[in-house]
Design a protein around this ligand. Structure first.
Ligand SMILES: *[C@@H]1O[C@H](CO)[C@@H](O)[C@H](O)[C@H]1NC(C)=O
Length: 292
């Protein structure tokens, strides 16, 4: 169901908002990629909101801190006085629930036969056999936590925004910066990494302090705003717990398009199609960086 962005950054040069720039970034792809890894596979750019910034925009690879637009171009046409950015958390591990589903799929693949047979099958290009032998190293404690790559995503995003809007992100405005986050640890950590990126912008070369010791303070937690889908009573009763409102979601999950996908996946992995569903197949995207 809906999963929202987790931090809101507001910085303004004047108290009145004459111009608001909204930015929605999405990134929650999960892997333990090294920060310097370039595009991982031919499939990497096609993960929608789970696509890494670098895969959506390979221009970031040579210089991840350079703004993606010419700041002067913007300055000539308008004067930014406020920036509101709605930012999703950085790269993270899968959640415990997703890890459980992965284990179930892994078990299904391992049940296909003896290890020796699988190894031979993997040698013949059998993807299901290769996946069965992949050591599933995700552990429960990882539960959706931000990884180092995710911290770097946020630091670099902060630096790009600061170079794109130099007047807004002036040092004197630093104290005006407001950062709101949900209570999810990956979001709190993303907010902290964003602020640490900005700190580096203002104090290049100096060691970065803890966010609690920064002028603007740590990100404020506000779940009512940032996780409205868990707290808004109207949304919960009228939509989330209302089968009529969710009719099309369910229809899609059980409809012909989804059945077609499940059949294709079952064919490729050589597992019974009735073990696959719209709930467990999508978690396979977490295997992307490893094998596919
Ligand atoms: C459930 O959703 C339907 C369709 O959107 C709507 O007409 C109905 O009022 C909703 N029911 C409740 C209890 O809100």
């Amino acid at each position: 169901m809906p999963r929202g962005p987790c931090s809101l950054v507001r910085v303004s040069a004047t108290p009145v908002a004459a111009l608001a720039v909204a930015l929605v970034s999405s990134l929650s792809r999960c892997s333990l990629l090294e920060p310097e890894d370039s595009v991982v596979s031919a499939l990497s750019p096609y993960f929608g909101t789970k696509t890494r910034y670098e895969d959506a925009n390979p221009g970031l690879l040579p210089d991840p801190e350079a703004p993606r637009r010419d700041p002067e171009l913007l300055e000539e046409t308008c004067t930014p006085v406020q920036l509101v950015a709605l930012i999703r958390h950085g790269t993270r591990y899968p959640t415990t629930k997703q890890i459980r589903k992965l284990r179930q799929l892994h078990g299904l693949l391992q049940a296909r036969g003896a290890k020796d047979d699988r190894t031979r099958a993997a040698g013949r290009g059998d993807l299901g056999a290769a996946l069965a032998d992949w050591p599933l190293w995700y552990a429960d404690w990882m539960d959706g936590q931000l990884v180092e790559k995710g911290r770097q995503d946020m630091r670099q995003l902060a630096l790009r925004l600061a170079s794109l809007f130099p007047a807004l992100f002036s040092q004197e405005n630093y104290g005006r910066l407001q950062l709101v986050t949900s209570s999810k640890h990956r979001c709190v950590d993303s907010g902290a990494a964003f602020l640490q990126g900005l700190w580096q912008h203002y104090h290049p070369g100096l060691p970065t302090p803890d966010v609690a010791d920064m002028e603007c303070g740590p990100p404020r937690i506000n779940d009512k705003l940032m996780r409205f889908f868990d707290h808004c009573e109207k949304f919960l009763t009228q939509v989330e717990r209302n089968a009529t409102a969710l009719y099309h979601v369910e229809a899609f999950k059980t409809g012909p398009e989804m059945q077609n996908i499940l059949k294709k996946v079952a064919d490729i992995l050589q597992v019974p199609v009735n073990n696959l569903n719209a709930g467990n197949v999508p978690v396979m995207l977490h295997l992307n960086s490893e094998i596919i």
